[in-house]
Design a protein around this ligand. Structure first.
Ligand SMILES: O=C(O)Cc1cc(O)ccc1O
Ligand SMILES: [Fe+2]
Length: 451
């Protein structure tokens, strides 16, 4: 059993991270108590729970879902989540949802310059995590629990006595600049760039920056929960290993002034004022929990003979759709790795892909676009939109001497979806769109030399 863990106050949490304790294993059945004896033994719902806590079940799958996909957690809390007060409409016009929340865009490749930090926008007021969220591209429909959105966050204020619960989807958080402290119903997580956090649909949480400000990407997944991909012929080890996914230990905070909880449901945001902190869970057990993962632990597989393999070998997590092998969303990383292929054009080939590709860059350079694709920016290559290495990357990779080559100090990622994305109005007209993107292929001349 874990020793007690105490939540720090919201004000203090916007500082450097402390060393938190975690418990490891994707999908594991965890049990944790902030006060020894708070968890009931041998049953979930005794007539009176220890310490007069309220048992509350949070499910992440239908009760009858197959065991391998079944997710639920029992929370033992000082007051149940039903103690809230009424919700009222909350305006956050930039967090749009689903295909209906986007606008028509031509079938051009799209790219965005790094999205500005709040401090880079003169006169801009401070903003917290929730209010900074901006949808870049989205598809599907949160009411139909299908599709996803890619969002950017860039904030410089803590969420003081404010929390978020998203019933529309789980939130895969990909920090790009600045570390984050996530306070969740299940406990605390610290994540820094290079790591990711996964907050299940329906789990209430709060986000603060370790150093005052932070920027990053989010996949809001309306569809089936992310899970580890099947490994097929790779075998029983490799890619993201289950034990490297870390869950928090139970932690709770004292009540105080009213809390504001923002709930997102059906694409709309709502707010309340409640006297009860949502972070009042003294103990919990189950397999539905926020997780963090350090991409440095990803065991990368590649070609050791010739040719450039499909990027599916870089899948960290997948959200399946109803069609086998055709994901609602794959979360794919391009981590540091060796390239050793002989007689091979080593960067990605030119391609037109039926799946739609949203990409971001955490740090370093991406081999297909060493210049214009920058950390904190993004790109969109929608269903069957042609793309591939820019002219400079093509020239360099076609002529280099093929010795073993380390792609180092780099981390790019992709949210790949079977559903075509629609950009948001803000993505197209908010000022970050790279109007010259297509020019990067202008130098690809006809060099055909008939024999
Ligand atoms: O377009 C991209 O850069 C992503 C990508 C990478 C790769 O190695 C193969 C295909 C692909 O879509
Ligand atoms: Fe691609």
């Amino acid at each position: 059993m874990n020793a007690p863990e105490t939540l720090r106050s919201p004000a203090a949490s916007a500082t450097a991270p402390s060393t938190l304790r975690y418990q490891g294993g994707f999908g594991n059945q965890f049990e944790t108590e902030a006060i020894p004896g708070a968890l009931p033994r041998g049953r979930n719902s005794p007539q009176r729970a220890p310490m007069d806590l309220y048992p509350e079940l949070l499910s992440g799958s239908a009760f009858t879902a197959p065991r391998v996909e079944n997710r639920r957690t029992w929370l033992y809390r000082r007051q149940p989540s039903v103690v809230t007060g009424a919700f009222h409409a909350y305006e956050q016009p930039f967090w749009t949802s689903g295909a209906a929340g986007g606008v028509a865009a031509p079938p051009d490749p799209l790219r965005w310059h790094p999205f500005p930090m709040p401090d880079e926008q003169p006169g801009a007021p401070g903003v917290d995590f929730v209010d900074s969220l901006k949808t870049l591209v989205s598809n599907g429909d949160p009411d139909a629990q299908t599709g996803m959105a890619a969002l950017i966050y860039a904030f410089n204020r803590p969420m003081t006595r404010r929390a978020l619960m998203n019933a529309d989807g789980e939130m895969l958080i990909v920090p790009q600049q600045g570390g984050l402290r996530l306070t969740t119903e299940m406990g605390l997580l610290d994540v820094v760039p290079g790591e990711i956090a996964l907050v299940p649909r329906g789990v209430t949480f709060r986000v603060e920056a370790h150093d005052g400000a932070a920027r990053g990407y989010i996949c809001e997944n309306y569809g089936a929960a992310f899970r580890l991909p099947e490994l097929g012929p790779i075998g029983s080890n490799g890619l993201a290993n289950p034990r490297d996914f870390l869950a928090p230990v139970a932690a709770h905070e004292p009540d105080g002034a009213p809390y504001e909880v923002i709930r997102k449901t059906g694409g709309a945001l709502w707010r309340n004022a409640q006297a009860v902190t949502p972070f009042n869970v003294v103990a919990w057990h189950g397999n539905l929990t926020p997780l963090k993962y350090d991409t440095a632990h990803f065991m990368t597989i590649g070609s050791i003979s010739f040719d450039h393999p499909d990027p599916s070998i870089f899948t960290v997590l997948t959200s399946p759709s109803d069609t086998p092998g055709t994901a609602n969303c794959d979360f794919v990383i391009f981590p540091p790795r060796w390239l050793v292929q002989e007689d091979t054009f080593r960067p990605p080939w030119y391609h037109r892909n039926v799946m739609s590709e949203f990409m971001g860059l955490i740090h370093g350079q991406y081999d297909a676009k060493p210049e214009g694709f920058r950390p904190g920016g993004a790109s969109l290559h929608n269903c069957l939109v042609p793309h591939g290495p820019d002219a400079d990357a093509f020239e360099a990779a076609s002529t280099r001497t093929l010795t073993p080559q380390k792609l180092d100090h780099t981390l790019a990622f992709m949210f790949e979806s079977r559903w075509r994305f629609r950009p948001s109005e803000w993505a197209l007209r908010g000022g970050a769109l790279d109007a010259d993107y297509a020019a990067c292929w202008g130098g690809l001349k006809d060099k055909f030399k008939p024999a």
